[in-house]
Ligand binder design. Structure first.
Ligand SMILES: NC(=O)C1=CN([C@@H]2O[C@H](COP(=O)(O)OP(=O)(O)OC[C@H]3O[C@@H](n4cnc5c(N)ncnc54)[C@H](O)[C@@H]3O)[C@@H](O)[C@H]2O)C=CC1
Ligand SMILES: CC(=O)C(=O)O
Length: 320
């Protein structure tokens, strides 16, 4: 895995999400080399010039290059943001057939380069496409990570921080499950500056109502942003950058990402948003939070939603 060179990241998909991620990467100087691959080579050339011009003012030197799939060979991380995005009114799950085809072609080409690093997936539906990437690549589950509910968790913590007047860093609360309509908040573990959220709102009906609204606003934020400006990209780009930092800097940090769950969910499991310890090996450990009965049942429902969506593709994925 690229032991003798600096840290190298290859981005496949230089649209709104991919190029926002590229911008946040050069700002933070997390890798030494950043390669961009996209069907639209003309835009890649323009972005590579523009980004390189900004590197002088980034956190540390970083070389940005236009690339081809061969460049993935010695990459530590390949980040995929390629594919169709939701149009107003579409759900993430509506994108599955189109993006599954695109992924088969992209992941196959990345693997043909000799790539032996970690995949990070953002394209929607991100949980199903992370599962497909594990199958198409044949890499161990620890080395395929989906952005999962990292963005939803950030949205949730931001909205709670506004309600309780504390920094989002002092709000500890997770959204888990599908990155999509069946996701859920883990109220039973949520705490605001060290105090359990449940005890804060216990005798306060209006606050109780407000935190429920906050979850709905979190879950539906993407629809609202898409309605307003056509796409969402800065938030997820920051989430992807955070996961990248955790991997490349071997941080052993817990983030809510899409990770592979098997076991009680049958022979074929699902990728789904859960807290996981991330370091240079990828997903080092999935953190099992004891859920209450209601949360467990909502989580199980979310697993079933994802299993239903991936079911028509199981045969193709098994025989790949
Ligand atoms: N996981 C998350 O939290 C989020 C995920 N997304 C998802 O990210 C994906 C990308 O969204 P946007 O950047 O807004 O879309 P976009 O349309 O701006 O960019 C997509 C890019 O993929 C490229 N592309 C398409 N097929 C390709 C192929 N076979 N090989 C290489 N490049 C290819 C296109 O040329 C384009 O540059 C969507 O699926 C969207 O739903 C968006 C926001 C948040
Ligand atoms: C588009 C999308 O998945 C999001 O912003 O959450």
């Amino acid at each position: 895995m690229n032991k003798f060179k600096g840290k190298k990241v290859a981005l496949v998909g230089n649209g709104l999400v991919g190029s926002s991620y590229a911008f946040s990467m050069i700002n933070q100087g997390i890798c030494d080399e950043f390669v961009i691959i996209d069907l639209d080579k003309k835009k890649v050339i323009g972005d590579v010039m523009d980004l390189n011009h900004g590197t002088l003012y980034g956190a540390s030197p970083i070389k940005v290059k236009a690339g081809e799939y061969e460049d993935c060979k010695d990459a530590d991380l390949v980040v995929i943001c390629a594919g169709a995005a939701q149009k107003p009114g579409e759900t993430r799950l509506d994108l599955v057939a189109k993006n599954m085809k695109i992924f088969k072609s992209i992941v196959t080409k990345v693997m043909e380069s000799g790539f032996d690093g970690i995949f990070l997936i953002a394209t929607n539906p991100v949980d199903v496409l992370s599962y497909a990437t594990m199958k198409f690549s044949g890499l161990p589950k620890e080395r395929v990570i989906g952005s999962g509910t990292i963005l939803d968790t950030a949205r949730f913590r931001y909205l709670l921080s506004e309600e309780f007047n504390v920094a989002p860093q002092s709000v500890h609360a997770n959204i888990i499950g599908e990155h999509g309509d069946s996701e859920l908040p883990v109220w039973s573990h949520a705490n605001i500056s060290g105090k359990p959220l449940r005890s804060i709102i216990e005798n306060d009906e209006s606050r109780k109502h407000r935190v429920e609204e906050i979850f709905v606003e979190t879950r539906d934020a993407a629809y609202q942003i898409i309605e307003s400006k056509g796409a969402t990209y800065y938030g997820v780009a920051m989430g992807l950058m955070r996961i990248t930092k955790a991997i490349l800097n071997n941080q052993d940090v817990v983030l809510t990402v899409s990770a592979y769950l098997e076991g009680e969910y049958g022979n074929e499991g699902v990728y789904i948003g859960v807290p996981a310890l991330i370091n240079r090996t990828g997903i080092k450990e999935i953190i099992e939070m004891p859920l209450n009965e209601e949360e467990k049942s909502l989580f199980d429902r979310s697993v079933l939603v994802l299993k239903d969506i991936q079911a028509p593709f199981e045969e193709e994925l098994a025989n790949k």
